[in-house]
Ligand binder design. Structure first.
Ligand SMILES: Cc1cc2nc3c(=O)[nH]c(=O)nc-3n(C[C@H](O)[C@H](O)[C@H](O)COP(=O)(O)O)c2cc1C
Length: 173
């Protein structure tokens, strides 16, 4: 199997991170991989906000958890050292699809650098709600922007169990 296939098949969502910081160099490469993802109509509307500050992150986590009410989601970012918020022009019909492609490019880039990631969707409703307005502003989003997806990045403390894939999802016509 070639290296790319190996990365695609062996990537797992990491939910246990060490405290070791992610280097600026690694983060720059991961962001570069995201920025070079293909985008519909080459519009490149997806924007990425990098959140490292532990204090801001703790306040965000508390606000999300208070609004969401699901105690098991309070630790939605699993204490990862770097969290990325992806967002963009809400009226662009491909913003969610493009974000998905950008985020997966970054996940695979991180994997190639020996880092773990997990894509995060559970904060979506919060960041699109009235209660999320303050946080959208902090992130740098405007009224025209829609939060799409997040990404945890960090050093892997322990690997995640492989989730088997469902059979029969391909049809040959
Ligand atoms: C759009 C999207 C949103 C996700 N949101 C979350 C999330 O909020 N919390 C979480 O722990 N995992 C989240 N995941 C990770 C999935 O649960 C994970 O990819 C799936 O269980 C398969 O496991 P694997 O990535 O280890 O192969 C999300 C994945 C995607 C693609």
């Amino acid at each position: 199997m070639n290296e790319t296939m190996e990365a695609l098949l062996e990537r797992r969502s990491t939910r246990h991170y060490t405290e070791e910081p992610v280097s600026e160099e690694a983060l720059a490469q991961i962001l570069e991989a995201g920025l070079w993802a293909p985008t519909a109509r080459n519009r490149q509307e997806v924007k990425i906000a990098v959140a490292r500050d532990p204090e801001w992150r703790a306040r965000f986590r508390a606000a999300f958890s208070a609004a969401d009410g699901r105690p098991n989601f309070a630790n939605f970012d699993f204490g990862c050292p770097v969290f990325l918020f992806l967002y963009g022009e809400k009226d662009f019909p491909y913003i969610e699809m493009d974000s998905g492609i950008v985020v997966e490019n970054m996940a695979i880039a991180a994997q190639s650098l020996g880092l773990g990631t997990v894509i995060i969707g559970c904060i979506r409703d919060f960041l699109r709600s009235e209660a999320g307005a303050h946080w959208r502003a902090d992130i740098g989003m405007t009224e025209e922007d829609l939060f799409t997806v997040g990404l945890c990045i960090g050093h892997i403390e322990r690997p995640t169990k492989k989730q088997e894939r469902k059979e029969g999802r391909v049809r040959y016509l």
